[in-house]
Design a protein around this ligand. Sequence first.
Ligand SMILES: [Zn+2]
Length: 221
Amino acid sequence: MPLALPDTGSGESEVNLQCVSMTTESAVRSEPARPTQTDLESIRDAVRTILKAVGEDPNRDGLLDTPSRVAKMYAEMFRGLHLDPGRHLEVTFEENYDEIVLVRDIEFTSMCEHHLLPFRGVAHVAYIPDGRVTGLSKLARVVEEVSRRPQVQERLTQTVADLIEDRLGSSAVGVIVKAEHSCMSIRGIRKPGSMTVTSTMRGSFRTDPVSRAQLMSLINH
Ligand SMILES: [Zn+2]
């Protein structure tokens, strides 16, 4: 049982794309400016090219709509490129609570940037408020949007921690991510079921073994 149930909405209900200026994003992680929307036509052309390159006939009946389906899928899987996930943490509430807040088992699906294959799993996100708290569902929304980009699991973990640290000014932030990578399970080394675990500990979760042990026991409870 998660300590606090996140309102993850499983992604389907929030397909409304919201474009934000790249300056907001750059303030957090000096990233280069990107186009503000997905170029579906270019993806369709590229998919036709790939189909031809692997020896298929893109004009075969069953493949006719594939380029446009793939284009829509990529727009969905990479929609986080055009969003500022930190905006979910802009509204905070004053609260005297100064113990661990943990949202456990936030499910996500991301795309490995090395193979463009999905990796999926759960994130546990914790922080100790420094006078201000955020809505619990907001932490799940941050994970969801950060995952909707070409990613590596290490960066996903750190980006979520960075955003919470920057926007909430928390004294302690802990993010643990466990995921199965299809690039390891369906190709290459072919090890289905192997899980990759990454974690970022900030503040007292990093420096104080008691605080970290408390977090780990809440996660494993
Ligand atoms: Zn990969």
